[in-house]
Design a binder for this molecule. Structure first.
Ligand code: SF4
Ligand code: SF4
Ligand code: FES
Length: 575
């Protein structure tokens, strides 16, 4: 039902049941918020969304107040504006004055609020709380001094990822967000998804930077720096820098990195193609092994893998043992490429450019070292890549593209699908279909059905019907798996899980998004870019075909296992 309310002396039409904040924003009225998160229940923690409602003695928080027929609201009275300004002044009174040195300088909600409220001088003086940063994790850095206690990280970690690695501790003006027992995040239950970084309004949560390591490697004469670009990074850079599909963003990134001193820039999609082919082979074997009670679970998302190892060790045997694309290509460069180019493995420095902070953690896993040498030496997020290019004085909009380097030069369209939720399942389905003798021109990936709110579909190949499902976020994955087990279903054979909402396009290493629209724009660009590929299927990629034809990679040989297989184990952490 719709009715009218009065806002700032004008009538607007609103819907029964919506919050005042949603109604006001729906009519283009700007209301500041800090603790509010779309699709989450309101907490009323920050009070910045306060408005005046006629008949109410106190200001009300519009994010938690429902619209009522005939109500009269003032969003810009002196009282409202002064209250909001005081709240920002109070937050600033306990905040470091180091904007010029801050990672979020220019992209900080507290800065925007101070500017919006016309805060021009320090109002409250006094001793600030003493907090110490935590750089113990391999992926996420915490600086509690910059925390404004909005609770967004706590809620995403608990409600979306079911992890609760961080929570509020202490009371009153000592309240802070911390990990369990005030120990480092490295020994907490954190699964390295980085979603807390994406929602934090300030630089209280950022990534553990690998930029300095990369600069140092670029400066060394006897070190060969190999960059590996994930296809989804091209979509994100294009979205962030306003590039078009026809600009060939992958080539522009290659050209830009060459100007920074990269020796080689490789297409990580080659390894995605290998991963998809191998996983399709795993799936066929998994289906043939009648003892498996669970579907094959994808394992290219390191946060999902870590969740299973910590919280669901009973599912470890169902995780695909195929290495992630990052680790496959890193290994190939340090072995196959190094041998063919006659470069000692120790002189190679591999840099993966990824949409994900969890990939920094993945690179550090002991399984991902080969005879004591790390397969991946550094991982740059999309944020770090853009920063590196800015610092190097490179204007990506005016950079000439260059082809990526042989032999990992291009990928199939399937590899581009790994960037968004559902893409991996579709790519594996196509490859499985091909391997089982299906004719690709008759392949049909049926419109997915929403089952328990998640997506699943079936592919018919001869007499077989293979079920595929995909979920993003750990809470959806957990709920889906529980339902499958409860219902005793055997018709789903493969489940793709991405810990980040919407998959890697919403990854923890992406530019901090100002809204859902940005994530969707990235996804659209990835889907557009995949149409440019010269071939559709992984095995049509000459580099992938050559890999599987190479005599060294027969199934069950140790070297094959080392190069594209990995292992998982139960992990005990502080919970
Ligand atoms: S990275 Fe993910 S699991 Fe770790 S604290 Fe942040 S939201 Fe929680
Ligand atoms: S760390 Fe960031 S997201 Fe978490 S409560 Fe503090 S300011 Fe909010
Ligand atoms: S946004 Fe409403 S109380 Fe924080």
């Amino acid at each position: 039902m719709e009715f009218q309310i009065e806002v700032n002396n004008k009538h607007i039409t609103v819907r029964e049941g919506e919050t005042l904040l949603a109604a006001l924003r729906g009519h283009g009225i700007r209301i500041p918020t800090l603790c509010h998160m779309n699709r989450f229940s309101p907490t009323g923690a920050c009070r910045l969304c306060a408005v005046e409602v006629e008949g109410k003695r106190d200001l009300v928080t519009s994010c938690s107040f429902p619209v009522e027929e005939g109500m009269k609201v003032k969003t810009n009275s002196r009282r409202v504006m002064q209250a909001r300004k005081s709240l920002v002044e109070l937050l600033l009174s306990n905040h470091p004055d180091d904007c010029l040195y801050c990672q979020r300088n220019g992209n900080c909600e507290l800065q925007w609020l101070a500017e919006m409220m016309n805060v021009k001088e320090r109002k409250y003086f006094g001793k600030k709380n003493t907090h110490y940063p935590d750089y113990s994790s391999t992926s996420v850095a915490r600086d509690p001094a910059k925390c404004v206690l909005c609770s967004r990280c706590v809620r995403i970690c608990e409600e979306v990822q079911l992890v609760t690695a961080i929570d509020f501790i202490s009371r009153g003006n000592q309240t802070m967000v911390n990990s369990a027992f005030n120990k480092g995040l490295n020994i907490s239950s954190c699964i390295h998804c980085g979603q807390c970084i994406q929602v934090c309004p300030t630089a209280a949560l950022t990534d553990i930077s690998h930029q300095e390591k990369v600069y140092a490697a670029l400066d060394k004469k006897d070190v060969r720096v190999m960059f590996m670009i994930s296809p989804s990074v091209a979509g994100s850079v294009a979205e962030a820098m306003g590039l078009k599909v026809k600009d060939q963003p992958m080539d522009i990134i290659a050209g830009a990195l060459k100007r920074c001193g990269a020796d080689k820039v490789f297409h990580l999609g080659v390894a995605s193609d290998i991963n998809i082919s191998e996983e399709a082979g795993n799936l066929i074997a998994h289906i043939q092994n009648k003892e498996n009670s669970l579907p094959l679970l994808s394992s290219c998302c390191p946060a999902w893998v870590r969740y299973v190892e910590e919280f669901r060790p009973e599912w470890i045997t169902s995780l695909s043992k195929t290495k992630s694309p990052q680790q496959i290509l890193s290994t190939l460069i340090k072995t196959q490429f190094a041998a063919e180019a006659d470069i000692p493995m120790e002189q190679i420095f591999n840099v993966a450019v990824m949409p994900c902070v969890g990939k920094k953690y993945e690179a550090s896993r002991e399984e991902n070292t080969h005879k004591g040498v790390s397969e991946t030496d550094a991982v740059l997020t999309v944020r770090e890549l853009l920063q590196l290019l800015r610092s190097s004085g490179i204007d990506i909009r005016n950079t000439e593209g260059e082809a990526l380097d042989d032999p990992y030069v291009q990928s199939s369209a399937a590899a581009w699908k790994l960037g968004y939720s559902g893409g991996k399942a579709e790519a594996v389905a196509r490859e499985t279909y091909r391997m089982l003798g299906g004719k690709m021109d008759t392949f049909k990936f049926n419109t997915p059905k929403n089952i328990y709110g998640r997506k699943e579909t079936k592919v018919t190949i001869g007499d077989h019907q293979i079920g595929f499902a995909w979920v993003s976020s750990i809470s959806d994955a957990e709920e889906y798996m529980q339902q499958l087990l409860l219902d005793g279903r055997k018709d789903i054979h493969y489940v793709e899980v991405m810990a980040c909402l919407n998959g890697c396009v919403g990854g923890g290493g992406q530019p901090v998004s100002r809204g859902f629209e940005q994530v969707i724009a990235r996804k659209k660009l990835c889907a557009e870019l995949e149409k440019n590929c010269a071939f559709q299927y992984p095995q049509d990629n000459p580099a992938t075909a050559a890999f599987f034809k190479d005599n060294r990679f027969k199934p069950d040989q140790e070297i094959t296992r080392n190069w594209i297989k990995t292992d998982f184990k139960e992990r005990t952490v502080l919970k």
